[in-house]
Write a protein that binds this ligand. Structure first.
Ligand SMILES: [Zn+2]
Length: 199
């Protein structure tokens, strides 16, 4: 038995890409009867590059993205919500696409972040192998831990390619998950406001 290669720990992108290319070339040899045809010649390199992007979130730290600024923050104690943030992820069970939207809200308590940071935060966790429930919780917990807000609300509505195109086949089925923290979880008015804004 050889030791498993720790790909994620490889020091250079180059070494990592080479190993991925080798795997994807072998993959094509197994699934494609004419794996030598011209159209597939560059596919292993393309796949290695694409998977580099689809898993780039492992190298990113949410704390860096959620660096806060104080200017004016003391005046903001109402809900901040960004709706319909695109979600592109892959399920950890089949590596099949998960595609949908996220609604992300928080109620500041002295710390705010730029609105674009909420979309970037979603991306950090989406670009990892995921189950939708964990993805939803990770987004909520990162906001909660880094901003110490009064409350957090996250809703994800996603389609799962592995459910739609194989197995039980439920085309068009939308999986909805939510993660609520602080007053959005505990206070009925706050929760109602969040859900109303997400409708
Ligand atoms: Zn799956």
């Amino acid at each position: 038995m050889t030791e498993p290669v720790q790909l994620h720990a490889m020091t250079t992108d180059d070494a990592r890409n080479k190993e991925l290319e080798r795997l994807f070339r072998r993959f094509l040899e197994i699934v494609e009867p004419e794996s030598g045809r011209q159209g597939l010649a560059e596919t292993p390199q393309r796949m290695a590059k694409a998977w580099g992007e689809w898993t780039a979130g492992y190298a990113e730290d949410p704390a860096d993205i959620l660096k806060t600024f104080d200017d004016g923050a003391e005046n903001v104690d109402e809900m901040v919500l960004v709706r319909d943030i695109p979600v592109y992820s892959h399920c950890e069970h089949h590596l099949a696409p998960i595609i949908g939207v996220a609604h992300v809200a928080y109620i500041p308590s002295g710390k705010i972040v730029g609105l674009s940071k909420l979309a970037r935060l979603v991306n950090v966790y989406a670009r990892r192998l995921q189950v939708q429930e964990r993805l939803t919780n990770q987004i909520a917990d990162a906001l909660n831990d880094n901003l110490s807000p009064l409350g957090v609300g996250v809703i994800l509505k996603c389609r799962h390619m592995c459910m739609e195109s194989r197995g039980i086949r439920t085309p068009g089925a939308l999986t909805v998950t939510s993660a609520l923290r602080g007053c959005v979880k505990d206070e009925p008015d706050c929760r109602a406001e969040f859900l109303e804004l997400c409708r």
